[in-house]
Each structure stands twice: as C-alpha cells, then as structure tokens.
Design a protein. Structure first.
Ligand SMILES: [Zn+2]
Length: 318
C-alpha cells in the first residue's frame, strides 16, 4: 500500500524536498483534521493537547525522513504531571498518539499557575527522556535513539539528540495552534548527511562552506512564521519556493497523513490468553473484563464465555 499522492493535497500531508544547491534534504508537514481527530478522542487539558500536538507533528516529520518499513514511535517518559507522551506512525502514514497524565499533580500545577501558557516543558514533564524507535517487525533489528528532556521545547530536545549523537546536521521547527477542538500543526525538518553526496561536487566543499550553507538554510527555515506554515491558502510548494528558491528547492511527491489505530480484539485476545485465570478474576468489573485502547479510547468487552473460550484455546495450543 502506498500513500503517495502527487502534489495536489493541502492538508494532512508530508512534503519531501531537496535543496539542490547544497544537498540538504527536508520534509514539510502540515496537519489539521488528522491531529484534531486524535486529540478529540481524549479529554486532555489545553497544555497537554499542545504537547501531544507537537509530539504527533514531530513523529510525522521524523518518520518521513527515515527509510523503513514498519512503525516509528516517539515517546517521552518522565516524573512530572505529564508522565508520558506517545505517538507512532507507520510507513503507510497512519498516525496515532496519547498522553499519560498524573491527574492529581497536573491539577495542582494548573491550580497554582495564573497563566498555563507560561508553563515550561520542565514544569509539565519534569525530568525524563525522549526516545524514538523504529520497529520493522520481529525479525529486524530495532533502532532506538534517546535523549534527556532538557530543552525549552520537545523539538529542541530532538535537535539536541542529533547534535550529540553524530555529525548529521538536523534542524527542526514545529508550530501548532487551535481554535477550540480544531487543531492545526506544521513542522519542518532540514538534514544534511555528510558523505551522502547531494548534488555533484558537493563532497569537494570545505568545512567552512558546508557550515555557511547549513547556517543559511537554518536561518531561512527559522524565518518561516506560524502564519505561513499553517495557512491552508498557501500551498506547501509555494511556501517552500518562497523560503528556499535561492537554494534551488526541488519538491517530490507528497505523502498523505492518515489518522488511525491498529488495535483490535484479536490483539487483546492474544494478551488475555497469556494471563492466568486466577489473575483474570482480579481484573473483572461486574463479571466482565473491559480493556480500553489508550491510543483511540475504544473499549473491548470480554465476558466469562469469551474468557473460557480463550483459556481453552490456550490449552490446546500448548
Ligand atoms: Zn486503538
């Protein structure tokens, strides 16, 4: 299945591009309906929605830059009121996400804050880390990157990761906004991999020229306003030309971002089969097990007959 869609769509899309003058590659992400639907499945306070919108956008931006077949996951874990942020995207462009909250700690934090907009990333997440994983199925190696949650924004943490890890130059920009439950988000990433080539003759350039080229492109990216990034009336191809025409920007086919969840009754059944019957009893509420998917909030019900059937299937198999 391919989610490549040419260059015609305006929203929920990834636009790959290359700055031909320098060999710097990039992705521009614009999303609205998809993240609005994902956030509407939960009932988080505005400050949490803002963080999750950023995580979802970063997920789309980062996964679109990697070549893989499978699933890309971006996840934070920390000791503050927002103890977890999770988002994943498949190579087919299907995106989902949720936040894990310490309700009491968050309520207390919001209570003693006059303006929630002034809360920092540190106030909300506390100390912890941000990790990304590429999972390509059980027979393939998992790739994981990890960085401490030290930065003014999650995007800054990601940028810090690439800075500390190797010589791959990476710059990230994310802007989000909302009117009630209608969210818009935009993201951009620039990356230069030494030795990857880029345009012909690129490898002959000296370090100073490379640094200048990189800094110039970063300044151009930083000049992109939230208004431009999120404006549906400004096609992404026009925006990229406006920003990078002197860098000879070339655009490739867009990819659609689709909102969706991969949970299923079958997957939960596999989990239930592994739990001893005595333990299952302790999870029952009013004689049933109700399991909810954290990503999409969908509930699955298992009654005694279901559990007995699953339990007998397990015995036959073992
Ligand atoms: Zn689900």
């Amino acid at each position: 299945m391919s989610n490549t869609v040419g260059t015609g769509i305006r929203d929920d899309l990834v636009q790959p591009f290359l700055l031909e003058a320098t060999g710097i590659r990039g992705r521009l992400v614009r999303t609205g309906p998809a993240i609005s639907t994902i956030l509407a499945r939960h009932d988080y306070p505005q400050v949490v929605n803002e963080l999750l919108a950023e995580v979802l956008t970063l997920t789309a931006v980062l996964s679109s830059l990697m070549k893989f077949d499978g699933c890309f996951t971006l996840q934070s874990k920390s000791d503050g009121p927002v103890k977890m942020l999770v988002s994943d995207m498949t190579s087919e462009g299907v995106l989902r996400g949720y936040a894990g909250i310490n309700e009491e700690a968050l309520a207390q934090l919001l209570e003693r804050t006059d303006d929630p907009a002034t809360l920092t990333l540190k106030d909300l997440t506390g100390k912890g880390y941000l990790a990304f994983t590429v999972d390509q199925g059980e027979h393939m190696e998992r790739y994981q990157g990890i960085v401490e949650l030290e930065g003014a924004t999650l995007s800054e943490c990601i940028q810090g990761y690439f800075k500390q890890s190797d010589q791959i130059k990476t710059g990230v920009l994310v802007k989000t906004e909302n009117e009630g439950e209608s969210w818009r988000s935009g993201g951009m990433i620039l990356q230069y991999m030494p030795g990857e080539g880029g345009i012909q003759g690129r490898k002959d350039q000296d370090e100073e020229t490379l640094t200048e080229d990189w800094q110039r492109s970063m300044v151009l990216m930083a000049s992109c306003t939230a208004g431009e990034l999120l404006d549906l009336d400004l096609p992404v191809t026009d925006l990229l030309y406006r920003l990078f025409h002197e860098e000879q920007v070339r655009v490739f086919d867009q990819k659609a971002i689709l909102e969706g969840c991969r949970c299923s009754r079958e997957k939960l059944e596999t989990v239930i089969k592994t739990i001893p019957l005595e333990e299952i009893e302790t999870y029952k509420v009013e004689g049933k097990i109700v399991a909810s998917c954290e990503f999409c909030s969908r509930s699955y019900h298992f009654n005694d007959a279901d559990i007995a059937r699953l339990n007998s299937e397990e015995e036959v198999e073992s």
